[in-house]
Design a protein around this ligand. Sequence first.
Ligand code: DC
Length: 223
Amino acid sequence: MVAIDGSAGSGKSTTAAAAAARLGFRHLDSGAIYRAVTVALLRSGRSGPALERVTRDELADLEIGVEWREQGMEVQAGGRPVPERALRSERVTAMVSQVAAVAAVRAHLLELQRDAAKGPGLVAEGRDMGTVVFPGAEVKVFLDAHPRERARRRLLQRGVHPEAAEIDSEAARLTRRDQRDASRSVAPFQQAGDAMLLDTTDLDPEAQTDEIVRLVEAARKHR
Ligand code: DC
């Protein structure tokens, strides 16, 4: 069980996916599940503060689920896959942090995430993997990088050629989202006491993956 937490744009998704592929493990992208809830709530016509008043019964009605396909995790809402472009839309990215701060939402998603560990092995990534969802994970890593580098990566991912001014405004947006995630009362985004900090500012994805696989191999030897 590998728990990877870290700030937005720190390289979590790429590294977790690559490490899971090398190890033959599942890759749980927990952020995608929070995004799917946000998509479903927005589709139901909620916006603004109404997003935060969602009840447990209403959450159950959204039918959020995860299916494990050969190509990876598929997130569902209402029994149907939620397309990647809906999960990553600007509107969802702007609202997801607010939805992820709701205690009922986090409680509702806990079992769904823990069920992922029933597979052959798991690399789980998010903000509270090592602290709340999988506190007993054998390997815990906390990824971070300089905000401007994180912003540059996010813009490149979106196909934008990053100019200095855009990098600055994206870095400010990312930092605001991290602060919001870190200041919520339930499962705040923070480094687990027993997680290893990996600064990825000057590391490429391959070097980050090598480091995680090395930690897994070391943990296996100490079993
Ligand atoms: O990693 P991401 O950008 O897809 O995450 C989307 C949002 O969901 C982000 O604002 C933090 C939140 N999140 C969370 O609160 N807990 C997790 N385990 C994963 C994501």
